[in-house]
Design a protein around this ligand. Structure first.
Ligand SMILES: [Zn+2]
Length: 161
């Protein structure tokens, strides 16, 4: 099953919102995860990143995320299919799939935006780093544009791709 992490957000003065996620700064994507065999939900949030793989039992190769369900003892896995898609500013805000996962025997239920995000000033091209979206909003001042910039109404959804 392919699941997508979809983002909807109101961007004012900035665009190209994306997680800082490259080989030297891998982004840890944090999720609630559920076993699709027995519907057990992992008690804690789990993290995965697309630059790291883990061995699966048997000869099933490696995956970005491997989880053995404590309840039914089955082993499940997930892979991130491609780098995250930057979220572009639009009015009204659009819902965009920014990341896709190939999930085997598990489902992600909820995303927790922990980690650093980046964005770019629309007119000024000013790079913004260290954006924290854990509170669902972000405010900054773009010196070059002489304007306040912000990210608001941040909504994350997990849906079938
Ligand atoms: Zn299970």
């Amino acid at each position: 099953m392919v699941l997508a992490l979809a983002l909807t957000a109101e961007l004012i003065g900035v665009t190209s919102l994306r997680p800082l996620d490259d080989a030297s700064n891998p982004f840890s994507y944090t999720f609630k995860v559920q076993c699709t065999s027995c519907r057990e939900t992992h008690p804690n949030f789990v993290t995965l990143n697309r630059h790291e793989t883990h061995e699966q039992s048997g000869s099933r190769g490696e995956a970005n995320f491997v989880w053995k369900c404590k309840n039914c003892k089955r082993e499940h896995s997930a892979n991130i299919k491609a780098p995250p898609v930057p979220y572009e500013q639009s009015e009204p805000p659009k819902r965009v799939n920014i990341l896709e996962f190939d999930c085997r025997g598990l489902e992600f239920l909820e995303f927790k935006p922990e980690g650093e995000f980046l964005a770019t000033g629309i007119e000024s091209n000013t790079p913004f780093t260290g954006i924290d979206l854990s509170e669902g909003e972000w405010y900054e001042y773009d010196e070059k544009a002489g304007e306040e910039v912000s990210i608001k109404e941040v909504k994350w959804e997990i849906r079938r791709a």
